[in-house]
Design a protein. Sequence first.
Length: 204
Amino acid sequence: MNDSLEALLREIRACRLCRETPHATPLPHEPRPVVVASRMARILIAGQAPGARVHASGLPFDDRSGDRLRDWLGVDPSQFYDPAKFAIVPMGFCFPGYDEHGSDLPPRRECAPAWRSRLMAQMPQIELVLTIGQYAQAWHLKNGRRKSVSETVRDWRAILDEPGRPRVLPLPHPSWRNSGWIKRNPWFESELLPALKEEVRALL
């Protein structure tokens, strides 16, 4: 990791934009940015934002969703948490809190504009971006995003084959709340996941 990336990560981990100059309502708790970046990883996992458990532990995907994601990737925790193998950069670095229904709020709107382009510029070696959910897909695919997450993920082959670097492979969120979606879309497990595992094996 070179000095400029280290300096940028220090800035990110000290960030208080969502408390001190919020876009709207301030973050309801102290920030704890959770991000893994390196000059070696060839795969970037672009998620939404940490959940409450990750906020407490400081370890990304330290929950059942992470277990499912690691299964999708075909990797164990030691591989997943090796910054030489995976960069893990969510759209919002801090747990955003809950809405009135007890669900996680969307990623904070201050985060990506302030940090994402700068951080991506420090990782030119990234070859594959796994975009999890609508916010990551909107940022990384720009106008290439389809009308919904389902449509975007369904068109994964065309998106993966688009020219340019890094390549992008869209995924649904690995939350167990999406089990019904996975059952209704059997191609996800029979077609996309084998291709995903093959891509990951080739890059590790």
